[in-house]
Design a protein around this ligand. Structure first.
Ligand code: COA
Length: 256
């Protein structure tokens, strides 16, 4: 893990340099209650991009408090780019991270060269049981979220690891993340997005069903949709190789 001061606070990220000198910068942004390891190692180590997998503030090893809105997290991502000297980059986001990526593309279009939207949507309403449970019974709610988040084929050890990692984040922080998701709605703004976009979703995603991804791909000009079989909401760790290949192929075809 590497460390950068972003607005005076420690931000942790993993970095993998591409073998190509002309490679794009790719920023990986995790979802509610997540950390950079939610992106499988194959995705964090793409040969075709200089890849930065971030821990958002208040998550993983990054300092500071979590944010209360998607747009505040998008501001953090742009501040991270400033701190790293990245003028333009591809922003890939999972779930809440996808909302953050969309928000960055809408508010700072000059900074976002492309979007990879994984298990996400233009609107992310959250089940009240989950939203309230983060405050009333965080351990039971983390277990419930993880039950929904993985496909029926996911190894039990992977689900248990996901649960342990989620419980490492305070319930209050995850509550604020889910509240930020619940308030997020850019359904009427997708036509403004002009950058190349790849939309990815597991066919067994129960939290952000493939219908949400189909909507994104229909509404975003020129977007490409890729559904991954036998994967749930955590597609980029359940099927990390397929996701890595899909992103690499798209980078080569749509961004070079
Ligand atoms: N893209 C496309 N369609 C969407 C959408 C999106 N991002 N978000 C909602 N819709 C659709 C729904 O499928 C629904 O369509 P329908 O009427 O044909 O069934 C309609 O818009 C209204 O849905 P929604 O705004 O979600 O309100 P709701 O009161 O019907 O349902 C929940 C609220 C919370 C029960 C529901 O959103 C849900 O089950 N969410 C998934 C679980 C969750 O908590 N996910 C966490 C995401 S971070």
């Amino acid at each position: 893990m590497a460390l950068k001061l972003v607005s005076g606070q420690k931000a942790h990220y993993s970095f993998h340099r591409s073998t190509s000198p002309s490679a794009d910068h790719l920023l990986l942004v995790h979802g509610a209650g997540g950390n950079h390891q939610h992106w499988g190692a194959a995705v964090r180590r793409l040969a075709d991009a200089n890849t930065y997998a971030l821990d958002l503030p208040g998550h993983g090893r990054s300092a500071g408090a979590g944010r209360r809105s998607v747009s505040e997290y998008a501001t953090f991502v742009v501040q991270f780019m400033d701190a790293m000297g990245i003028e333009r980059g591809v922003v890939a986001g999972h779930s809440m991270g996808g909302a953050i990526a969309l928000s960055a593309a809408l508010d700072k279009p000059g900074r976002v060269a492309g979007l990879v939207l994984v298990g996400t949507g233009a609107r992310l309403r959250v089940l009240p049981t989950i939203l309230e449970g983060t405050l009333t019974d965080w351990p039971a709610t983390a277990q419930l979220v993880c039950q929904y988040a993985y496909s029926s084929k996911a190894p039990a050890a992977l689900v248990q690891l996901g649960q342990r990692q989620m419980l490492a984040v305070p319930g209050e922080t995850v509550h604020d993340d889910f509240a930020a998701c619940n308030d997020f709605d850019v359904t009427n703004r997708l036509g403004e997005i002009r950058c190349p976009t790849l939309v990815l979703c597991g066919t067994e995603d129960n939290l952000t069903p493939p219908k949400y991804s189909a909507f994104l791909a229909e509404q975003i000009h020129g977007a490409r949709l890729r559904l991954i079989e036998k994967a749930g909401h955590m597609v980029m760790i359940e099927k990390e190789r397929e996701v890595a290949e899909a992103i690499s192929e798209w980078l080569r075809q749509c961004l070079s």
